[in-house]
Ligand binder design. Structure first.
Ligand SMILES: *[C@@H]1O[C@H](CO)[C@@H](O)[C@H](O)[C@H]1NC(C)=O
Ligand SMILES: *[C@@H]1O[C@H](CO)[C@@H](O)[C@H](O)[C@H]1NC(C)=O
Ligand SMILES: *[C@@H]1O[C@H](CO)[C@@H](O)[C@H](O)[C@H]1NC(C)=O
Ligand SMILES: *[C@@H]1O[C@H](CO)[C@@H](O)[C@H](O)[C@H]1NC(C)=O
Ligand SMILES: *[C@@H]1O[C@H](CO)[C@@H](O)[C@H](O)[C@H]1NC(C)=O
Length: 762
């Protein structure tokens, strides 16, 4: 599996056989092995030209669904005639955006006027926003002809809009019984007759119109009107989702995959699929894989390369203006890391308006630190503080309107729990050029992410079949999903199209994120989540205890990745490099960089905040025997509730170093009963007399700086007459405990010296 690391940002990302082009352009190496342009998966329809067929649809607006429809049509060389484009919808109130309503019929009637009543001309009509093509037009025609119908409508299991008409429908032995008007095909003369059978107003119901024509038995028989009960061609999803299955045909030799939609109940493979009624999300799911060619496991997401923008071809000074809104709605571990990743985003700051909503007093100092230092680099800065008392939804709604007020091109929301480790995140999302797109973020090693693959009927979380594969990045791509949060980019043209009552974070009884996604779903705006590359991760804030001194230090289990990033020395991993010689200041005394300055500062602060340093006497009630032969002024890790964390640190970061230098000694996990921070001061305890440690090996981490924080100090190994006095902050000494390494703590002459000690494997 691909492991994220900062150093490979400039290299090409090759992930499960596909390469992300934008990184290729950034590559130092040039030889990226990338396909410059996506392969043409389009199925050529050789028979297309000879077909006397016209494809019609109605769409007033170029929505995401419309784009998807057109892309799927073009996959098979189909160019539908789009009726009503750019016009105001006249098909009734209820179905605003939908190509429903009598207007559709009137538009079609009008459009067909120009054609002779040619007996051989075939008309295929489909809705647009919730339809995709899965097969060639020639195949659709063949199957249509095989039915013997002159006009064929799709079928569904519900009689709508007038349930009372159900009893008038002929019974069927197999498949669905009732007419759906979203998909149909017919010869021109018979279709004419249907369209001219009665007058209808633009806002009358089109499905009712066709239903009445169909239920007129004499008319039906004379014009050979039939329903596609078994989905030979047309699949309406609503009420039939459980019958549908995506079938994958894998040709390993050709490294190719074909995806088909199968109706397992009727054993057919429909060619046009319609997410009617409440089945739009099912269609969205299917369209992540269909029509065949949009995605496959060899190349990943093929379709996501369509419509991408290349910002590098545009002068930076004219890059889109981003309204970046940061939300701190919970006390969040590693907030400094959050801010530093925001700051490090590769994007001109003079093209970013910054908006910060912070509800947490605890984080006021962190926000202040960030804004005072960097705020002026941004195009503008607006801050809402805890004292303002504005609730999350209202701040989020405000930030949307601020974006518009500042004439933004893009709206980028990021929560404090979202660590955008990949500095190209914002740029890549913009280049993806989708109305709404989120970088996939996951709690490392967990199934907890910032998207949902499916919804329950009442709009809550449900798991899609592919959820785990996506969350663990076994599958990479750009996924149409019903819910996203934590970080996402919105094209501001969407905010300009709708008003603030239509796109809002404020709905009764649901939290702000759910309200927002609900708004988008209602408007049929697609929400994509991308895991084409690794973008970052989510912080777990559930156990965060801000009553502790240095609460981040306690997050080693919940947020291991962020913990390591904050607290492990930047050179730590180089210690294990076999080509590097480890420092050995005295015989069998090894010396390693191990923890960051953040760690050393934090540990000292933890101890000083606790403050109960031991007396330095031999009597020590913290010990089992109550007696310490070589006492120091110290505080044990368990006194500050940090023993478990320390032992984990020992196992994860110290043990590998031990195994690396003291070959052949394995003890996993290492045991250690005595873990403590020692304080040396001239007026307290300035030194420690010679002694053996009761350990297999001892570690000793310098927590502050000689020459600055104190003078003197160090450790002398008597047998070798060898001292380490120039100790380095964040560096650890490791030496055998018994027999050979009799040692003493040298005199501190000024200031305070802190060291962290553990006697490992006593
Ligand atoms: C659709 O397009 C029309 C005309 O361009 C525009 O006035 C309207 O706001 C759009 N409506 C929706 C729902 O996108
Ligand atoms: C970006 O997306 C819009 C809307 O889908 C499309 O019209 C435009 O052509 C795309 N840009 C590029 C460079 O493909
Ligand atoms: C604020 O910034 C200063 C200087 O960069 C740093 O020393 C300090 O630790 C920061 N404080 C907090 C609470 O982050
Ligand atoms: C936003 O969407 C519009 C229309 O789809 C497109 O023309 C434009 O390029 C997009 N803007 C950005 C900054 O991606
Ligand atoms: C120990 O080392 C110091 C300085 O390195 C030296 O002056 C001293 O003579 C040595 N003592 C012994 C006993 O070797």
């Amino acid at each position: 599996m691909y492991v994220f690391s900062k150093s490979v940002f400039f290299a090409c990302f090759i992930i499960s056989g596909f390469c992300y082009e934008k990184f290729c352009e950034k590559s130092d190496r040039g030889d990226t092995g990338c396909d410059e342009s996506p392969k043409n998966h389009f199925a050529q329809d050789e028979n297309l030209k000879s077909l006397d067929v016209l494809v019609f649809t109605v769409a007033t607006n170029e929505t995401d669904g419309f784009q998807r429809y057109i892309n799927s049509a073009r996959t098979f060389g189909i160019e539908p005639v789009v009726l009503g484009k750019g016009e105001k919808w006249k098909g009734g109130q209820n179905i605003k955006l939908y190509a429903g309503g009598g207007w559709k019929i009137n538009l079609l009637k009008e459009a067909l006027k120009q054609y002779e009543a040619d007996d051989n001309k075939i008309i295929l009509f489909t809705d647009a926003y919730d339809v995709i093509f899965l097969g060639k037009l020639s195949e659709i025609i063949n199957r249509f002809k095989a039915t013997g119908a002159k006009v064929l409508f799709g079928a569904e299991p519900y009689c709508w809009p007038n349930v009372d008409l159900a009893k008038e429908y002929p019974e069927v032995e197999k498949g669905q019984r009732f007419l759906n008007s979203g998909l149909f095909i017919g010869y021109l003369p018979e279709l004419y007759k249907i369209l001219n059978k009665a007058e209808l107003e633009d806002n009358d119901d089109d499905q009712l119109y066709y239903t009445l024509a169909y239920l007129d038995k004499e008319f039906r028989d004379s014009n050979k009107i039939k329903l596609d009960h078994t989905s030979e061609i047309f699949q309406n999803i609503f009420g039939a989702a459980n019958d549908l299955e995506i079938v994958t045909i894998n040709d390993k030799d050709a490294a190719a995959e074909t995806y088909l939609l199968k109706n397992t109940k009727t054993n057919t493979q429909p060619l046009v699929v319609h997410g009617n009624g409440f089945s739009k999300l099912t269609l969205n799911y299917l369209s992540n894989y269909l029509p065949s060619g949009v995605w496959n496991s060899y190349e990943g997401c093929v379709a996501c390369k369509h419509g991408e923008i290349n910002l590098e071809k545009i002068p930076r000074a004219t890059w889109p203006v981003v309204h970046m809104s940061l939300f701190i709605e919970v006390n969040t571990p590693f907030i400094e890391g959050f801010f530093s990743k925001i700051y490090q985003l590769e994007y001109p700051k003079e093209r970013i308006h910054l908006f910060i909503h912070n509800t947490m007093k605890y984080h006021s100092v962190h926000v202040k630190n960030f804004t005072e230092k960097f705020g002026s680099e941004y195009l503008s800065l607006k801050e809402i503080k805890p004292e303002d008392g504005s609730p999350e939804w209202s701040a989020r709604d405000l930030s949307l309107s601020q974006c518009l007020a500042k004439n933004c091109d893009l709206y980028f929301a990021v929560d404090s729990t979202a660590h955008l480790d990949n500095p190209f995140t914002l740029k890549l999302l913009i280049e993806q050029n989708r109305t709404v797109v989120a970088p996939m973020l996951v709690r490392p090693g967990k199934a907890w992410s910032n998207f949902w693959g499916a919804l329950t009927n009442d709009g809550f979380y449900a798991r899609s079949n592919d959820y785990m594969d996506i969350a663990y990045s076994n599958k990479r791509g750009l996924w149409n999903v019903p819910f996203i949060n934590a970080a996402y980019l919105v094209n501001a043209s969407l905010l300009k199209t709708y008003d603030s009552s239509q796109i809002t974070y404020n709905l009764p009884n649901v939290d702000a994120d759910m309200a927002f996604c609900y708004s988008l779903r209602k408007l049929d705006v697609f929400m994509y989540v991308s895991n084409r590359v690794d973008f970052g991760h989510l912080i777990n804030y559930e156990t965060y205890d801000i009553t502790r001194a240095e609460p981040d230090m306690y997050q080693i289990f919940e947020n291991e990745q962020a913990w390591q990033e904050a607290f492990i020395h930047p050179d730590y991993f180089d210690n294990l490099n076999p080509d590097k010689k480890n420092l050995q200041p005295c015989p069998d005394v090894y010396w390693f960089p191990i923890v960051s300055r953040k760690f050393t500062n934090a540990l000292i602060n933890m101890m000083e905040s606790f403050g109960k340093w031991s007396s330095g006497n031999n009597e020590d009630e913290r010990l089992e025997g109550g007696y310490e032969a070589v006492p120091t002024r110290d505080i044990h890790m368990n006194q500050v509730g940090w023993e478990r964390h320390w032992l984990y640190f020992l196992q994860k970061y110290v043990r590998p170093l031990q195994e690396h230098v003291f070959l052949g000694y394995f003890h996993d996990p290492p045991k250690s009963l005595m873990n403590f921070v020692v304080r040396y001061r001239p007026d307290e305890q300035p030194s420690l007399r010679p002694h053996h440690d009761s350990s297999t090996y001892t570690i000793n981490i310098a927590l502050n700086e000689v020459g600055k924080d104190y003078e003197g100090g160090g450790c002398r190994f008597i047998r070798y007459n060898c001292s380490v006095v120039d100790t380095q902050i964040g560096w650890m000494l490791m030496h055998p405990g018994r027999l050979t390494h009799y040692h003493e703590g040298l005199l501190v002459t000024k200031g305070t010296r802190y060291i962290m000690i553990a006697f490992v494997d006593p």
